[in-house]
Design a protein around this ligand. Sequence first.
Ligand SMILES: C[S@@+](CC[C@H](N)C(=O)[O-])C[C@H]1O[C@@H](n2cnc3c(N)ncnc32)[C@H](O)[C@@H]1O
Length: 249
Amino acid sequence: MMAAAEEPARAAGNTRSWQDIWASRSIPPDGSHGLADLIAADGYDNSYAAISVQRWRDHAARWAGILGVRSGDVVYEIGCGAGAFLACFREMGCAVGGLDVSAALVGLARRAIPDGNFRVGEATVLDAVGIADVVVANGSFLYFPSLEYAYQVTEAMVRAARRAVAILDLPDETRRSAAIAARQAELGVAEYTRRYGGLDHRYFRREDMTRHLTDLGCAPVWTDDVRIEGYGNAGFRFDLVGFKAAADD
Ligand SMILES: C[S@@+](CC[C@H](N)C(=O)[O-])C[C@H]1O[C@@H](n2cnc3c(N)ncnc32)[C@H](O)[C@@H]1O
């Protein structure tokens, strides 16, 4: 999310990548490892992208409703980070699991959700059929290295899901300039460049992502603006959801 990692990134000449940044996220030594700490470790900890615990829970509850998630369901997440999103589904009585490239964040997720099924690795290593009722990706696709990579992961998510997939917080290609301008206005151009110079997000076209999920056999497929009150990126991002065809139910 602008996410995330609003952690001071790299100034010109700094060679840190998003992966370096995710690899170095942690919880302060005096942290409780509760939901607030997980949300912060996952990058929603700065003035622009901060999301309160209550709004985070509301976000997860809204998606549980849309996806028909009930106690006893299995929810799997790509780019699960420290497990902030999954922790809400665990609280609802779901079994949860996730995959993330950051060993540091997966370590936090394992500590926060000891009975979760977590794995460290690139999103593209997902290669399983029907392992979860719903497969989600909250705020991870924007860090993927290419559109082809994102399409490959989307395909794997559809294979892994029995009921639905949800890819959330996707930067909207049509709002790219406005998103960057808003962040520059918030931080000032010099500070924006210091933090984000060379650290680009990936932007997506709603129609391309919708077509891709439809071609993979999902129906219905729809997108909507991100609806998290007070989240600074919301106006520039969209959510994508696809349901598996009834024959697969
Ligand atoms: C903004 S955090 C979101 C974490 C979590 N989904 C949440 O909602 O709190 C983005 C996560 O995507 C992960 N990520 C980025 N690129 C990835 C990749 N290529 N494969 C797997 N995980 C990736 C990062 O390590 C980070 O944990």
